[in-house]
Design a protein around this ligand. Structure first.
Ligand SMILES: Nc1cc(-c2ccc3ccn(Cc4ccccn4)c3c2)[nH]n1
Length: 243
């Protein structure tokens, strides 16, 4: 997969040189290019923003530098790359969208700042990209870079060869629509807190049942909104009584 990120703060994306994503880049599994939007300005002050039409506080990002930057990363792509525009007004990013985007050959991320990017850039971009405004959650950040860090990690870790043991992707939170079960390691008794006996039993059937039970219990307690999808599918009696 090739990922291009455009930002006025390219150094914000430095953490993507570390850990699993950094190794995936070294291994050639993931190509990630970060581009400074100011490279695509033409005035001596390298201006990227201006006052908003219609008035209001803050500044808006000028359209021309963005068009030049996006043209430079996908001049005449055969298949339209996906252009992800982090925005408080976007579709909600979640694990399903991470899986969907992990299937793409190319992703381009446009990191806005100030009060956002001139809307005409989005309108223009539809000719060259499949444009997807995406929100990380219902809170407001100062720009798109933090959202890109999160999305690139969530997407990158799903690529074959990135995570050592692919099985670990199966039983994690949200992979099956539920929150993950609690995990424990040595020592079995720690500061008068003991590991649940079932996990020491060696009975893998009972362990699996206990873990699924914990997933439903946790999800019911912390994210009941996620359980809606399970009413139709029917919980087992044991799981329903556990809620
Ligand atoms: N889930 C999200 C995404 C963002 C986000 C993404 C990109 C930009 C570019 C600018 N801002 C600041 C800003 C503040 C006020 C209204 C509009 N935008 C961004 C915020 N916030 N929360």
């Amino acid at each position: 997969m090739r990922i291009d990120v455009v930002s006025i703060f390219p150094e914000y994306l430095a953490p993507l040189e570390l850990s699993l994503i950094g190794k995936a880049r070294q291994d050639g599994i993931l190509e990630l290019n970060v581009h400074d939007l100011r490279t695509f300005t033409s005035d001596k002050h390298r201006t990227v923003d201006d006052t908003p039409y219609g008035g209001g506080a803050g500044m808006v990002m000028k359209p021309e530098p963005w068009a030049r930057a996006l043209e430079s990363v996908a001049p005449d792509a055969q298949k339209k790359p996906v252009l992800i525009v982090p925005s408080p007004a976007g579709e909600r990013f979640n694990q399903a969208l991470a899986y969907e985007l992990a299937e793409e050959e190319r992703l381009v991320f446009a990191c806005g700042r100030y009060e956002g990017i001139d809307e005409r850039v989005i309108d223009w971009a539809h000719e060259h990209f499949t444009v997807r405004p995406v929100s990380l959650g219902d809170y407001v950040l100062n720009g798109g870079e933090v959202a890109v860090l999160a999305m690139v990690e969530a997407i990158g870790r799903l690529l074959p060869g990135v995570v050592g043991n692919p099985e670990s992707l199966v039983e994690e939170s949200h992979s099956d629509g539920l929150l993950e079960y609690p995990v424990y390691t040595k020592p079995s008794s720690w500061r008068e807190h003991d590991v649940p006996d079932v996990l020491l039993s060696g009975n893998h059937g009972k362990i699996a049942q206990w873990r699924k039970h914990q997933q439903f219990r946790r999800t019911a307690e912390r994210r009941p909104d996620l359980l809606a999808g399970f009413d139709a599918s029917g919980l087992s009696r044991a799981d329903r009584t556990a809620l």
